[in-house]
Design a protein around this ligand. Structure first.
Ligand code: RIB
Ligand code: CA
Length: 290
C-alpha cells in the first residue's frame, strides 16, 4: 500500500464554503494524514471553532487545531468583514489559542515530509518561514492562490501581499492553483442535491454550510480550495507548468497581483494551467458523500 501523505491545512474556513469542502475532502481521503489545522485572517477564534465543530461531526477531534494571525503583515484589513458560511462553532481552549505559526514550525520539524496546504491568506505560513527559515527545505507547499492569465488580484494573495511574497521568495517547493483553473470548477444545484441525498451527519453539515454560503454570497460554491487539495490525491486532474512568478506588493492599481514574469526575477513554481473539471467534480462528490 502507498504511504499516506502528511498534510497541515492552513485555512480561512467560515467565509467562503470551499474551505469546508476542502477539509471534508481531506478528512474523507485515506491517502492523507492531517497532522493539524491552522486558521488565518480575521475572527480566528471563531474559525477555529468552526473547524472544531466540523472535526466533531467527522469524528476526528484528535486532530490539533490552532488559531492564527488576525491581520496581514502590513496594510489593509477589514474588521467589519464577517465570515458567514457556518452557524456553529465549538469553544476553543487555551492550547488551541496558541500561535499557528509556531505550530507550523513545530510540525515541519517533527515530520520528515510535510505538505502545507495553504487555502487562505498566507500570513501564518510567512510568519512561520520568517521565524524558522530552515523549514522551507522540509516542506512542500500546495496553495490556492493567484491568477496568472489576467491582471486580477486573487483574494488569498491580495489580503496579504507581503506574506505571499515572503512565501514565494522563500525557496520552498510550491504548487500554485489559481483562479484560471479554479473558476472553471463549480457546483450546480444538482451536485449539491446529490451530496445532500447521502443523508449522513457529514453531508447534512456540508449541505447546511453550502446553503448558508449561497444565501449570503449570492452564488453557488466555486471549488477553489478542494481543487488545490486534489493535487495530493489525483495526478490526472490538473496540468502544471513551470512559471516564474512575482508578487506585486507596490503598484497604484496592481497591489496583490501575481505576475507570470519569464524575463528574469520571477520565482519558479509549478502553476496549474489546465483542469479536467467534470472528472474532478465526479471524484470530489464521490468522496464528499462518504
Ligand atoms: O480566491 C479564492 C480563495 O479565497 C479561496 O481560498 C476562498 O476560500 C477564499 O479564501
Ligand atoms: Ca479559503
Amino acid at each position: 500500500m502507498e504511504k499516506t501523505k502528511k498534510i497541515l491545512i492552513d485555512t480561512d474556513i467560515g467565509g467562503d464554503v470551499d474551505d469546508a469542502l476542502a477539509l471534508a475532502l481531506a478528512l474523507n481521503s485515506p491517502e492523507l494524514e492531517i497532522v493539524g489545522i491552522t486558521n488565518v485572517y480575521l475572527a480566528n477564534e471563531w474559525r477555529a471553532g468552526v473547524t472544531k465543530h466540523m472535526l466533531k461531526v467527522y469524528g476526528r477531534e484528535d486532530i490539533p487545531v490552532r488559531t492564527g494571525a488576525e491581520k496581514p503583515l502590513i496594510g489593509w484589513w477589514d474588521e467589519n468583514r464577517i465570515p458567514n458560511s457556518s452557524k456553529t462553532a465549538a469553544p476553543v481552549d487555551e492550547e488551541e489559542s496558541a500561535a499557528a505559526c509556531d505550530f507550523i514550525v513545530q510540525m515541519a520539524r517533527a515530520h520528515e515530509e510535510l505538505t502545507l496546504v495553504a487555502i487562505g491568506p498566507l500570513t501564518n505560513v510567512a510568519l512561520a518561514i520568517a521565524k524558522a527559515p530552515d523549514i522551507v527545505n522540509r516542506v512542500n507547499i500546495v496553495m490556492m492562490g493567484g491568477e496568472l492569465d489576467k491582471a486580477h488580484p486573487e483574494w488569498n494573495i491580495v489580503c496579504d501581499p507581503e506574506a505571499a511574497r515572503i512565501v514565494f521568495e522563500s525557496g520552498a517547493k510550491i504548487h500554485m492553483v489559481g483562479l484560471e483553473v479554479t473558476n472553471r470548477c463549480r457546483f450546480t444545484k444538482e451536485d449539491i442535491g446529490r451530496i445532500c441525498q447521502a443523508g449522513n451527519p457529514r453531508t447534512s453539515l456540508l449541505g447546511e454550510m453550502m446553503e448558508l454560503f449561497t444565501q449570503n454570497f449570492g452564488y453557488l460554491p466555486i471549488l477553489h480550495d478542494p481543487l488545490a487539495l486534489s493535487v495530493l490525491l489525483w495526478e490526472d486532474i490538473l496540468t502544471f507548468e513551470e512559471k516564474k512568478v512575482l508578487v506585486e506588493t507596490g503598484g497604484q492599481y496592481t497591489r496583490g497581483l501575481t505576475i507570470d514574469c519569464d524575463w528574469g526575477e520571477g520565482v519558479p513554481v509549478q502553476a496549474a494551467v489546465d483542469v479536467k473539471e467534470a472528472l474532478f467534480k465526479e471524484r470530489l462528490i464521490g468522496r464528499l458523500v462518504l
